[in-house]
Write a protein that binds this ligand. Sequence first.
Ligand code: TEU
Length: 566
Amino acid sequence: STAKRDFHEGVVYQIYIKSFYDTDGDGAGDLPGITSRLDYLDRLGVDYLWLTPFYPSPQRDNGYDVADYCAVDSNYGTMDDFDELVAAASDRGMGIMLDMVLCHTSTQHEWFQRALAGDERFRRYYILRDGRGSTGAGDPGEPPTNWKCLFGESAWEWEPRLGKWYLHLHDVSQPDLDWTNPEVRERLADVVRFWKARGVAGFRFDVVNLISKPEVFVDDIEGLGRRMFADGPHVHEYLKELVERTDIGDMVTVGEMAATTLENCVRYTRPSEHELSMTFSFHHLKVDYKDGRKWELMPADIGRLRDILHTWQEGMQAGGGWNALFWDNHDQPRAITRFGGREAVGERGGSWEKVGKMLAVCDHLMQGTPYIYQGDELGMTNPGYTSIEQFDDVESLSYYNIMLDAGKTVEEALHVVNERSRDNCRTPMQWTAGERAGFTTGIPWLTVPASAEKVNADAEVGVEGSMFEFYRALVRLRHEDAVVSRGAVHFLGAGATADKVIAFERTLGEERLVVVCSFDEGRCTVSTDGLALEGYARLLGNYDDEPVCDGGVLALRPYEAVVYRR
Ligand code: TEU
């Protein structure tokens, strides 16, 4: 499928298939569900649709545990459904991007099963090690290193049928592949070729900066955590090889980079390197992690958020790289709740609309390619579940138990899970105010949030001033305005702005836009000194009228976002 627009000028929409639209009443979304909603996406105006994994999988990690890379899980439809979707999207000028989970397989994958059966060739597909202090065959000893997997416990699992420990950076059912084995790299290139031949426009590569492990496995004594295995020694070489072998250099590609660095992301995305079109990095979404720990709560530090965006926007620009812009994806709580607060946001009360639109302005006006995660365009919020039974995610359940073991009460642990769970973004898409939000006729796999009554597509599409129409206008702005897509970015000094305000400019030739976003729940003022706003008029904003600007002081209302143009 070919999208009508180059990724520099386009917008990507992420579809978490399981929660998008269900056509067969099994309570989970499917491929025909996407095809049936293409008019909605076309109206929003997006150019690319990134689909999360729909390959056969035991679903321990909702499809990121792949059992067969080149087929469609029957829960999601058939290969014909897939081909139909590609063609129908293409008719509307939308390209399909597929999620390639090449760092690990499921333990159910044939390769791992053959390794378990003792086939030496397939044992070499995975990362197997002897235990520490093992006295020989059959004695596990201790795990080879003290590494923790990203979902909590040890990254090593003893497997008697292998007579070894295997490495899993994610769930125990997701053994990491050994990319030092050339045969593995060739087989994974086959996967990319397979889907490319079916007409997709591009790929998203899951945790692709974790594919190259350290040369020597030693304990993490410096508290490096993920940095122990992020951006490993051969990662750039492997990526170049994959891109060249599969000839995807002209397609749109994005790499998900866990715990990465700016320097590496410049290298991943600078066109002359022939690696990727752009990268997701996550530093800006850790500003509410206490001491860097996801499962310890802290209010978002907006000064830090500004510093990180500043560094990444200007740093990627200086290095000739390209950012993927996003607040939300299927691994994050909803940004609107996160930055607005549960009370402030409420269920379409309080500052809900202001926060949602302000975040949208901030994201869509930066330099890079914006990603809209399904439901963001409606202003969907965290569901505020009341019982742990309502959660499904393997990571949430793992940490819930870890927190209980560490002495937290059920209420405390539930509170943290409510703030941080990946399920927050995975709730069913809110299509209507009707039963089950119009998502399914069956029993939804995750509880539909109460907010669906008010926050839904029916209530917003075509309604002036709605969140949906606001997003639609931002997409159009990027399509039509070169200063938004191609302009240079420059952050307007921290000194010039208030504590909770982020301001930057975009320039192209004579054109200049100034973007001011307040993350403050109250009113605040900003000196216009650093903004140079003389002779400027408001282009767009999230209040009906302009903020008062008088005597060199700009008075911003709660969560106000405003874009000025000369
Ligand atoms: O996520 C990678 C990743 O680093 C996440 O584990 C992230 O750290 C976590 O969600 C934040 O707490 C990707 C996929 O997006 C995710 O859905 C998968 O579970 C994971 O890889 C394994 O494939």
